[in-house]
Structure formats: structure tokens, C-alpha cells
Write a protein that binds this ligand. Structure first.
Ligand code: SAH
Length: 228
């Protein structure tokens, strides 16, 4: 049988009907054939013991898939209107962020975040981590004023009109801090201040993206683009 990965929640030793049918009817599995079983948290080499239905298997060797980027990836994102931070938190979790730090900026419309919202964002991070097979749930922190962003080792700041591209400056071996502005953009003095703290302004293309899209694009270029 050719190499195959079957989804089997809980790795219970019994394949769900769809997965079992695929294994037997399409892949023509035989007793003794080996394949991979996985769920959101685990992955293991398995051997077919009964063609069923249901198909039964035994676990041979459990593997722990690597799901983390390998360095810390902190996303600084301005407070956004409505429920847009939910989208950012969900996608940032899928794309490997290790921490999400909302920022109060000059042009942010909301100037604070309620406890309820923070809890909701944390629940979204947890849910997205589970769905994407991560064991690490990114921390979502209460907002801080932009002036409190610490000096970083390697920082990229998404800025309309910047010329530098992510791939020209990204060092994948170093911890990374990313910054995305609000709907109204960062004020020039905020760009200057973040520059002093180690953030290089980068472009995300010639179009003006919504802040949520910009956060996703910046993370994608820094993690997915590197295959991490
Ligand atoms: N009205 C603002 C646009 C803000 S877009 C202006 O003209 O500056 C919201 C945020 O998304 C920006 O602060 C920036 O961080 C990011 N962004 C949007 N499009 C971008 C692009 N093409 N390149 C880099 N960053 C971008």
C-alpha cells in the first residue's frame, strides 16, 4: 500500500467509517500493511489488523510531530474595530505566533479591551491551537500603550510605503517580533519609536491591506514562507 495518513480521533485502534472505506477500497489495504494515524494532538505508525468494517489497527510507534516555528514569534497588533482581533488571533495561532500583544496606538479607534473580550480571544487561541495540531497555546496579553513595546532583537513593522521586503531582512534563526497598525495606520512618530526599538519597516505589497490581512500576510511570510 502506498504511504497514507488516516485521521483517527483519539487513536483508538478503530478507523472512522469513511477513513476505513478509503483504506480498503481505494488503497486496497491488506492485513499487516502500515500507515500513519493522526489526530489533532498525536501521530503514530500503525498496522492494519482487521479489514472490517470497521478497520482495526494497532499502534506501532508514536511520534510527536513538530508544530512550532522554533523561535519565539511575538505579534504586536493595534487594537482594531469590532471583532477583527478574533480573526487575527485565530490566524496568528495557525501561523505559529507564540504571543499576541495588542497595542493602544494613536489611531486605534478602540482605546481599551474589556475582560470579556480578552477571555474570548484566549478561547479562540486555544481552539485554533487545537485545530492546527499545536500543543502550545499562544498567550494573548491585555493591551499596552505602544510606547511600552520593549527593545527587540529582530523586529518587522508592516508599513504602507515601506520598500524593504520581509525576505530581504528576515533571519529565521532569531526570535521575531512583528508589528501591525490599526485601520488608520501607525503615526509617523510611532514608526520612528518602533524603529528605535529595533523594528524595520517592511512592505506587504503595493496594495493597502486591511490590518487583519496585513497581520496574516506578515506572519505567513515569516513562518509559512520559511516552511516553519
Ligand atoms: N490608512 C493607512 C492604512 C492602514 S492599513 C495608511 O494609509 O497608512 C492597516 C495596517 O496594515 C497598517 O498600519 C500596516 O501595518 C498594515 N498594512 C496594510 N497594507 C500594507 C502594505 N501594503 N504594506 C505594509 N503594511 C501594510
Amino acid at each position: 500500500m502506498r504511504p497514507h495518513r488516516a485521521y483517527s480521533p483519539g487513536l483508538t485502534g478503530v478507523l472512522p467509517p469513511e477513513e476505513g472505506r478509503h483504506l480498503v477500497e481505494v488503497l486496497r489495504a491488506r492485513v499487516g500493511d502500515r500507515f500513519t494515524v493522526f489526530d489533532a494532538e498525536r501521530e503514530a505508525l500503525a498496522e492494519v489488523v482487521d479489514l472490517g468494517p470497521p478497520v482495526r489497527y494497532r499502534l506501532l510507534e508514536e511520534r510527536r510531530p513538530e508544530r512550532e516555528v522554533g523561535v519565539e514569534v511575538v505579534l504586536y497588533v493595534a487594537l482594531l474595530k469590532g471583532d477583527k482581533l478574533s480573526e487575527v488571533v485565530r490566524a496568528a495561532t495557525e501561523l505559529g505566533a507564540t504571543r499576541i500583544q495588542p497595542l493602544i496606538t494613536r489611531h486605534s479607534v478602540p482605546k481599551e479591551m474589556g475582560e470579556g473580550k480578552l477571555h474570548r480571544l484566549r478561547a479562540i487561541a486555544k481552539e485554533a491551537a487545537k485545530q492546527s495540531g499545536r500543543l502550545w497555546v499562544p498567550e494573548v496579553l491585555p493591551p499596552i500603550p505602544l510606547g511600552e513595546v520593549p527593545r527587540v532583537d529582530q523586529g518587522l513593522l508592516a508599513h504602507v510605503g515601506a520598500r524593504v521586503r520581509v525576505r530581504e531582512v528576515l533571519d529565521p534563526e532569531k526570535p521575531l517580533a512583528l508589528a501591525v497598525g490599526p485601520e488608520g495606520g501607525f503615526a509617523e512618530e510611532e514608526v520612528a519609536l518602533l524603529g528605535e526599538r529595533g523594528f524595520v519597516p517592511v512592505t506587504l505589497g503595493r496594495r493597502i491591506l486591511r490590518a487583519e490581512t496585513a497581520a496574516i500576510a506578515l506572519l505567513a511570510l515569516s513562518t509559512a514562507g520559511e516552511g516553519r
